[in-house]
Design a protein around this ligand. Sequence first.
Ligand code: GDP
Length: 331
Amino acid sequence: MVTFLAGGTGTPKLLDGATRVWDSEQVSVVANTGDDVELGGHLVCPDVDTVLFAGGGVLDRETWWGIADDTTATHAELVRLADAAGLETGPRYLDDAAQTTGREIARWRRFSGVAEFMEIGDRDRAVHVTRTSLLDEGHTLTEVTGTLADAFDLDVDLLPMSDDPVATLIHTEAGETIHFQEYWVDRRGEPGVADVEFRGAADAEPTAAVERALTQPVVIGPSNPVTSIGPMLAVPGFEAALSSTPVVAVSPFVGDQVFSGPAADLMAGVGSDPSTAGVADAYPFADAFVLDHDDPTELTCHVERTDTRIDDADDAERVAGACRRALEAVA
Ligand code: GDP
C-alpha cells in the first residue's frame, strides 16, 4: 500500500506511472483542498478534479485542469451577460457575512458567478453541480469524491485532505488578502507575496480515511510545498502522522530551478529558500528524496537520483520507480 499527496500538476503527472509500479488498488491519493473555491454556488475542487479527470482519462493535459475538448458555452454566456449588463468582471467576493454562512466547506472562498473569473467548461461544470448537490443532500466531501471517482472509473482511492474548510489566502506585499485563485488565475501570480494563510486549518481535522492512508508509506510527488502540501501540513495531526511513516518526496526543483508554476515565488514569500534545499527544510519528516541527476543539492537523508522531468507515462514510471526504491531503502 502507498499514499500519494497531491496538488494539481506534479503528483497527477507522477500517478500516470505510479500505477505501473504499484497495483492501483494499493494506491491512495490525498488531494489538497486549500485551492478550492465556491463559484456561483458551486464548489470547485481543482486539485481533486485534476486527479479525477486524469484517472478517468479525460484530463486536458495541455493545461492540467479541466476536461479535454470540453465546450465553454455556459462560461462564454456568463461573460457575455456581465459585459452586456455593464457588470464589473474579475473576482467578485461575496460579502463578509456570506463568507461564513451556509455551506461550511466553502468558507472564506466564496465568489459570485457573475462573469466567472475562472473558466469552467460545460462537462467540468456538471461535476461541480453534482458535487455541490450531493454535499447539500448531506454527504461529506469524502463521500462525494468517492461517488465522482466511481463515475470516472478511477482505480485509485481518491481522498480530499479534510471534510472541513481550509482556504489558502495570499497576503500581498500591497497589504491585500486575496484567495489563492485570485492570485494565480486572475492576477497570474504577479502580486508580491508577503505571507500565506491557511484559514480554518487549525480547526480542521484529517478524515478517518486520510488518517488510515497516512499509516501507509507516503510519496509526496513534485509539489508546490507552500500551497499544495502546506494546507495539509497545517491541519493538526497531519505532520505527526507523516513523522510516523516512511515518507519520500520528489523535488519540484533541480537545485534552484523550478519546473513550473509559482512555487519559487511563494516559497520566497514565506521566507523559505526557493530550491530543493528549501523543500527539504519544509519537510523535516521526509526520510528520503528523489532528486534529479543534475541537482547539486546534498541532503543528509537517503537520496535516489534519476531524471525527474516527467513528460509522459514512461518518465512517470521511472520517477515512481525511484520513489519505490527510496521507500524500500528507508522502511
Ligand atoms: P499546482 O497545484 O499546479 O501548483 O501544482 P503542484 O503542487 O502539483 O506543483 C507543481 C510543482 O511540480 C511545481 O513546483 C513544478 O516545479 C513541479 N513540476 C512540474 N512538472 C514537473 C516535472 O516534470 N518534474 C518535476 N520533478 N517537477 C515538476
